[in-house]
Design a protein around this ligand. Structure first.
Ligand SMILES: C[S@@+](CC[C@H](N)C(=O)[O-])C[C@H]1O[C@@H](n2cnc3c(N)ncnc32)[C@H](O)[C@@H]1O
Length: 242
């Protein structure tokens, strides 16, 4: 009970700070703390903010990129305008939304992708967590091709099954992949941010990140499926791992 009270108190304190600093959501402090540690966004950058409603991260991104930068946000929910940001309404996984992002980019390449995306909660933790992880994989599959060499991709993920597999699926494309828990989200025990830096666009992506992630997860959850059909040597049957 006491822990609960402390958590709520901390959450309220970030909310009050957000209000007094002019940010729409306490989540703004999470991006500020991620930025403080990893220096992801620079002046003049092109930033894609995925799952941007109500606009806290977009407000922070606009401050960081300055007048020369570009911030494009996208969310299922419409946001109140943020000065200096282009905010689109739509599902990031839908081709029509992706086309609108491409058209706003107008052939510019993205320097930094930040994603605070969280799908609707059903209340069943395992389902919610699984849906959230595949959503992250889908966002990566769409946006990685738009990310510049050396660019960064940061996303919220939820603790649980599949984190190691998602990290393994994304690791080949970045020279550094780290987990980070900003102070502003430490009271929300399940969320953590995956910060992927220094994109290496020359690494071939024949198989989508979602497929790689799902097949790694499948192998973890069903290790016996990995066994090949028995091979016959002499008179013995030998089962080998692939
Ligand atoms: C925690 S909120 C983001 C808060 C935001 N970073 C801020 O600072 O104001 C997560 C958002 O993800 C959005 N979302 C979930 N699924 C989405 C999808 N498929 N496409 C776009 N946005 C999505 C939700 O509508 C929700 O507004």
């Amino acid at each position: 009970m006491a822990d609960h009270w402390i958590e709520n108190h901390k959450r309220d304190s970030w909310r009050r700070q957000a209000k007094s600093s002019g940010y729409r959501a306490r989540s703004a402090f999470k991006l500020l703390q991620i930025q403080d540690k990893f220096k992801l966004v620079r002046e003049g950058d092109v930033v894609l903010d995925v799952g941007c409603h109500p606009g806290g991260w977009s407000q922070v991104a606009v401050e960081l990129v300055g007048e020369e930068g570009v911030v494009i946000g996208v969310d299922l929910e419409p946001c109140q305008p943020v000065d200096g940001a282009i905010l689109l309404v739509g599902d990031i996984t839908e081709p029509s939304t992706q086309d609108r992002i491409l058209s706003e980019l107008d052939n510019r390449i993205i320097n930094t992708i930040v994603s605070d995306i969280s799908p609707d909660i059903t209340g069943n933790w395992d389902i919610d967590q699984a849906v959230a992880m595949t959503l992250v994989a889908d966002v990566l599959d769409f946006s990685l091709d738009l990310l510049c060499k050396g660019g960064s991709f940061t996303t919220k993920i939820f603790q649980g099954v599949g984190i190691e597999e998602l990290i393994a699926a994304v690791k080949p494309y970045f020279s550094e992949v780290k987990r980070f828990s900003p102070m502003a989200s430490r009271n929300s025990s399940s969320e953590v941010y995956l910060v992927c830096r220094n994109h290496m666009p020359w690494v071939n992506r024949d198989v989508s990140i979602r497929e790689t992630y799902e097949s790694l997860l499948d192998k973890k959850l069903n290790p016996d499926d990995e066994l090949e059909e028995p091979k016959v040597f002499t008179s013995f049957k030998v089962r080998r791992r692939k």
